[in-house]
Design a protein around this ligand. Structure first.
Ligand code: GTP
Ligand code: MG
Length: 200
């Protein structure tokens, strides 16, 4: 599961403008600032193939990155960022319907969840929605390098509570992985996991 090459293919405003070549793809879903763009850079070992920022709301379009000329990583705008300018905000209900429910080449959603904070309602709602719709998902816990937040919760405790809170929505518990774009934790495991899903 080695990344030899990555190409930025383009940005789409609407799901129907996305590439139509049907190569398998994995979509990064998660709150603004959770580390979606950073994870793409970490996976492909490039500093800024996907643009990142300390400020939430950086990614505003559907961005396709072609890996090894054979499969896509898709960077998406984050949800839950109330202060984004109107133009930057996506219509999430039509987006989720139009993309997640109809994109046949979508192998799995990668739902990114910040492991450095306790479970957030908006992430739980999102995970439950995915579960109820029987969509394939892998939970990618991010920022696992941050050992403790201000309240003293550790990533493993936050992860455990998160999983406890969503299990009702799943017939089969989704695969999950702990990552850090700072230390590279989970990088190789996630690449291997995606290669297994592609060859399934
Ligand atoms: P939007 O594009 O706004 O939806 O955000 P995003 O999810 O793409 O987040 P982005 O990758 O831009 O990262 C947001 C901030 O979190 C940046 O300051 C990153 O450096 C930081 N960050 C991302 N991943 C990690 C991580 O694993 N550990 C730590 N400590 N910080 C991280
Ligand atoms: Mg981003």
């Amino acid at each position: 599961a080695k990344v030899k090459e990555v190409q930025f293919i383009g940005s789409s405003i609407r799901p129907k403008d996305c590439p139509k070549d049907e190569r398998p793809e994995f979509a990064m879903l998660g709150r603004s600032n959770v580390g979606k763009s950073s994870l793409i850079n970490s996976l492909v070992r490039k500093k800024e193939v996907a643009l990142t920022s300390k400020k939430p709301g950086k990614t505003q379009l559907i961005n396709h990155f072609l890996v090894n000329r054979s499969w896509y990583l898709v960077d998406l705008p984050g949800y839950g960022f109330a202060n984004a300018p109107e133009s930057a905000r996506m219509d999430w209900s039509s987006f989720t319907k139009g993309y997640f429910l109809n994109r046949e080449s979508l192998v799995s959603i990668l739902l990114l969840v910040d492991a450095s904070v306790p479970p957030q309602k908006i992430d739980l709602d999102c995970a439950n929605w995915i579960g109820r719709n029987n969509l394939p998902m892998t939970i990618v816990f991010t920022k696992c390098d941050k050992m403790k937040n201000k309240k003293g919760n550790r990533p493993d405790e936050n992860i455990k509570s998160f999983q406890e809170l969503i299990k009702e929505s799943y017939k089969i518990y989704p695969p999950w992985i702990m990552t850090s774009s700072v230390t590279g934790l989970g990088r190789d495991e996630l690449l291997l996991h995606m290669s297994q899903l592609r060859n399934y």
